[in-house]
Design a protein around this ligand. Structure first.
Ligand SMILES: [Zn+2]
Length: 368
């Protein structure tokens, strides 16, 4: 089926033809479910697709897609439509201004993550606000759309409250929920929403999206795409950081090559401070990519992520130790995403990887 939904440039749901087909069929036949659950890894386009679906639901010019040009479509894509509301995990102390601020940042850069760091969750008050809005007529649109992000991080009482809206949705209302893990969504909510799964996006598609949206070079896009592991969101962040990243990664490899570990902690602290949270997760991805390539070279396979110039020579680290070092940085990235302090997580990963690599029988060599 030709993608009416994804025909824009840039195409918000590029890489998910299967998803597009399901939604397009529902729109074309007038059989849109009243609630959808978009499940899949972070950065795979669930939120962009939610906006496209919201625009298709509200568009004044089309009943089976979105025109991208009417006032409704434009304001939905800019996250400024009064009848398309976005709810995401917050902390008890989060102020409404902070929520508005995050939404406006996301509207501006297209990459800011809509979640308050820390042990945040969708709280029952937010669900009650949704219910109050749903009881009212739309302000100006054809209907009303409520987008709830990360419902796998919704407290039980909030989930129970949401059930009511899912059971008896007012007419002309569409609910779009997103979650990383379907298993984290309580079954009663899960069973009342139409599940749509988002897989990781193939690296070549991620690279195409990067070129389209950021104008970066094809080579830089391929590198960022390879490091982003199927996440367009991560790749966009990586591309935004630009060529700085390989230098940081090179520095990281130098640290692993130190003869003594005492220099690691202060150096990593400085790096973490300069990089912040997104830069630190990118550093982990970059370290994984380079270590992974070193491991491949150690077993006689060609490198996947790096050009020969990127790779340090003469480290002599054995494959199994390199594999463990990759795991240390994968774990580190997961921990930072779970809101562990980046400096603490990176120090643990670098010292852990250093010990694994130096306890191997490897001969340490110069890093070029
Ligand atoms: Zn429109």
């Amino acid at each position: 089926m030709t993608g009416i939904l994804g025909r824009r440039s840039p195409d918000p749901i590029l890489g998910h033809e299967d998803v597009e087909e399901v939604l397009q069929a529902a729109l074309s036949s007038g059989r849109l479910a009243h609630a959808y659950l978009f499940a899949g890894p972070r950065g795979t386009g669930r939120f962009s697709t939610a906006l496209v679906l919201a625009a298709s639901f509200m568009c004044r010019n089309s009943r089976t897609g979105w025109c991208g040009e009417c006032g409704d479509c434009r304001r939905i894509m800019r996250l400024q439509h009064p009848d398309v509301r976005i709810t995401f995990p917050v902390l008890g102390a989060t102020k409404p201004e902070e929520i508005a601020d995050l939404i406006s940042k996301r509207s501006g850069d297209g990459t800011t993550r809509l979640a308050v760091p820390g042990n945040s969750a969708i709280v029952i008050d937010a669900v009650r606000e949704i219910q109050a809005r749903m009881a009212l007529k739309p302000y100006e649109g054809r209907g009303r759309v409520e987008i709830l992000l990360d419902v796998d991080r919704m407290r039980q009482e909030a989930s129970n409250a949401l059930l009511k809206s899912l059971e008896e949705p007012p007419p002309e209302t569409l609910l779009i929920l997103t979650a990383e893990r379907v298993s984290g969504v309580i079954p009663t909510v899960r069973s009342r929403a139409h599940l749509v799964r988002f897989g990781r996006v193939p690296a070549e598609t991620v690279a195409r999206i990067l070129v389209e949206r950021t104008g970066t070079t094809a080579a830089e896009a391929s590198r960022a795409a390879a490091m982003a592991d199927g996440s367009v969101g991560d790749a966009l962040s990586l591309a935004k950081e630009g060529p700085v990243l390989p230098d940081v990664v090179r520095r990281g490899i130098e640290l692993l090559s130190l003869a003594e570990p005492s220099g690691i902690i202060p150096a990593v602290r400085v790096m973490a401070k300069a990089l912040g949270v997104p830069g630190s997760t990118s550093l982990c991805a970059g370290m994984c990519a380079i270590l992974h390539d070193l491991r491949r070279l150690a077993v006689g396979s060609p490198a996947v992520f790096s050009t020969p110039d990127d790779l340090p020579r003469g480290c002599g680290w054995p494959a199994d130790s390199l594999g463990k070092a990759v795991e240390a940085f994968q774990m580190c990235e997961t921990r930072i995403r779970a809101n562990v302090n980046p400096a603490a997580a990176l120090i643990a990963a670098f010292t852990g990887a250093w010990h694994v690599l130096s306890s191997s029988d490897a001969k340490r060599g110069e890093v070029h």
